[in-house]
Design a protein around this ligand. Structure first.
Ligand code: NAP
Length: 250
């Protein structure tokens, strides 16, 4: 797959986990990168350095995706550096293991501000750029929890990811008219820093419900994302790709 050669990808939350795997897979295909991070500059620098080993330009940019003015700065940085955006991967996200009865107003707002509002405004602003280019691919990160109504990873998380699935459908209907494909992936339980922060007994109990019998890897999710970001997915619009080891609805 050389179709990413000299394309430009912006990856929110690209420093670690699933975003990092996407960055490295795209770099291997010749894609130049802006790797966004919020606080972990060291990981962002390491990911960018590994990407550069493939001969591409890989820049890092600090921005809190929960803040619309910082999204503006991130997009301005990308446009100043590269002048276009061919691929946007919205991987920045947080989760929380919490019982519904303990969720506070702050927990709710924090979750929505990043996972839902941040994802929406990244899409909204990048669609305007891709519109002028008359092409582009956007892949959002939803979750099996957002499809099934997960309650162990909090209801606030599930609702935020259900919103991502819905916004992907809604925005894709508008954006496809400008040659922009928007899709999302819904990973199940994936072995990243996000899940290693969960209590081991919680992970064990969640794992017992996965037919394949193991957690997925960030690379396995990134393979699906890179496919959706590729020209092989030109006829795929507003869909959700399940990457969950067999954990289906119901
Ligand atoms: P991760 O390993 O915890 O990495 C999260 C990434 O998001 C980091 O690069 C982090 O940057 C960044 N980030 C967090 N808050 C941010 C903010 N406010 N602004 C900008 N960047 C921010 O997570 P992951 O497992 O790769 O998850 C990636 C996406 O997949 C998330 O949207 C998650 O909800 C979704 N997902 C994950 C799983 C799973 O089991 N792991 C399952 C379903 C869906 P810093 O380190 O700089 O903070």
């Amino acid at each position: 797959m050389t179709q990413f050669k000299d394309k430009i990808a912006l990856i929110t939350g690209g420093s670690r986990g699933i975003g990092k795997s996407c960055a490295l897979k795209l770099a291997r295909e010749g894609c130049h990168l802006v790797i966004n991070y919020r606080s972990d500059q060291k990981s962002a620098e390491e990911t960018a350095a590994r990407a550069r080993e493939y001969g591409v330009k890989a820049l890092i940019c600090k921005a809190d995706i929960a803040k619309v003015n910082e999204i503006d700065d991130l997009i301005k940085f990308t446009m100043d550096q590269f002048g276009r955006i061919d691929v946007l991967i919205n991987s920045a996200g947080i989760s929380q293991i919490i019982d519904y009865s303990k969720i506070t107003e702050n927990d709710w707002d924090k979750m929505m501000e990043l996972n839902e509002k941040g994802t929406f405004f990244c899409c909204q602003k990048v669609i305007e750029i891709m519109k002028n280019q008359k092409s582009g691919k956007i892949v959002n990160l939803a979750s099996t929890a957002g499809q099934m109504g997960g309650f162990i990873v909090g209801v606030n998380y599930s609702v935020s990811k259900a919103g991502v699935i819905c916004m992907t459908k809604a925005l894709s209907k508008v954006a496809i008219k400008f040659g922009i494909n928007i899709n999302c992936v819904a990973p199940g339980l994936i072995d990243t820093d996000m899940t290693t922060s969960y209590p081991p007994e919680t992970v064990a109990s969640m794992k017992s419900g996965i037919p394949i019998g193991r957690l997925g890897s960030a690379d396995e999710v990134a393979d699906g994302i890179v496919f959706l970001a590729s020209e092989k997915a030109n006829y795929i619009v507003g869909t959700t790709l399940y990457i969950n080891g067999g954990t289906y609805l119901g």
